[in-house]
Design a protein around this ligand. Structure first.
Ligand code: SAM
Ligand code: SF4
Length: 322
């Protein structure tokens, strides 16, 4: 098992399979990114091997993220190898996703988080610096048509999209969607200045309450979101206090960067490197031991982790794997 000194057990891994992206969301990365060389990335064989080791240590859930995961060549080939090992979900920006939906469904992958911060094409261009709104909306439609479990991630940005909170909540009236409003975090690779947030989760909830009567749903185990139903709506809404960090106490997550860096906290630095271990000839048992040691030292919460690490505050979320 992977246990830390604060009595938490790791069962959930988020793996960023590439740092590359076809959007340039201002809260995530600058326009001109220095992307990694392919040889620096964990290979599919290295990913599969390390996921086997993690599965043997009790990890049951894996989220594939990025960068944009569908930019990684032959992603389906990797997913075919991983679906027998763990319950897989994917976070995607939806630009290239639509044609893959039937194949994902055939592999048993039903849980898709789609990032969408606005319902307006001009604002989409302003936020992502790319004109891909129609493709993303087509993906959303197709996901719903294929009855996938869809969560929309909406990063709430002061003065940019806060006027759209009610419109997003309105989407849940007819559609079985979960909309999750996310507090903005500092990890923008210096694409944008960051000096804290005005829109913390309580303010988001207060704004939703102006129009809707929210009813709190029971918290799922180790969930990062607080979820609510709205009377008469078939979908739900939620808030993710990603900056306020109210969920650290039950954290069961580990992050792996595209180069195999292991993060035991979103706000912390890499604490070991899977790729370097494997390429220096580590046996599975040695890799497991290194992971167990890294997890044991997981910081109590994101504030402690941030205090110990100044560097990652400037990292892009595409590397951390949001
Ligand atoms: N490219 C894919 C996408 O956008 O869904 C997957 C990777 S993206 C880094 C994963 C999630 O992180 C997205 O939902 C995105 O909105 C979120 N994210 C990125 N930067 C963020 C930031 N600075 N604050 C809060 N959420 C952020
Ligand atoms: Fe790309 Fe996702 Fe980052 Fe936007 S949030 S730039 S889509 S990795």
């Amino acid at each position: 098992m992977l246990r830390d000194a604060h009595h938490r057990t790791i069962q959930y891994v988020r793996l960023s399979v590439t740092d590359r992206c076809n959007l340039r969301c201002t809260y995530c990365m600058p326009e001109h990114m220095q992307f990694l060389e392919r040889s620096e990335l964990l290979s599919y064989e290295e990913i599969e091997r390390s996921m086997r080791v993690l599965a043997s240590a009790g990890v049951t859930k894996l989220r594939i993220t990025g960068g944009e995961p569908f930019l990684r060549k032959d992603l389906l080939r990797l997913l075919e190898k991983l679906t027998p090992l763990m319950d897989i979900s994917i976070t995607t920006n939806g630009v290239l996703t639509a044609p893959y939906i039937p194949a994902l469904k055939a592999l048993g992958i039903r849980n898709i988080n789609l990032s969408l911060d606005t319902l307006q094409a001009d604002r989409f261009l302003q936020i992502t610096r790319r004109n891909r709104f129609p493709q993303v909306m087509a993906t959303l439609e197709s996901l719903l048509a294929h009855q996938m479990n869809v969560k929309i991630n909406m990063v709430v940005m002061d003065g940019i999209n806060t006027g759209e909170l009610h419109n997003f909540a309105a989407l849940t009236r007819e559609n079985p969607l979960s909309i999750r409003f996310i507090e903005e975090m500092p990890f923008n690779g210096q694409g944008k200045g960051f000096s804290g947030i005005n829109w913390h989760y309580r303010k988001i909830l207060d704004t939703l309450n102006e129009k809707y009567i929210l009813e709190k749903l029971p918290d799922e185990t180790a969930s990062t979101s607080l979820n609510y139903s709205i009377s008469g709506h078939c979908g739900t809404v939620g808030v993710i206090p990603a900056y306020s960090r109210t969920f650290c106490g039950t954290c069961n997550r580990l992050r792996i960067t595209p180069t195999g860096g292991v993060k035991t906290c979103l706000y912390g630095d890499d604490v070991m490197n899977i790729r370097d271990s494997l390429r220096s000839g580590a046996a599975d048992s040695e890799l497991l031991e290194a992971l167990q040691t890294a997890v044991w030292h997981k910081k109590k919460d994101g504030f402690e982790a941030a205090a110990a690490n100044r560097r990652s505050q400037h990292e892009s979320m595409s590397v951390i794997g949001g």
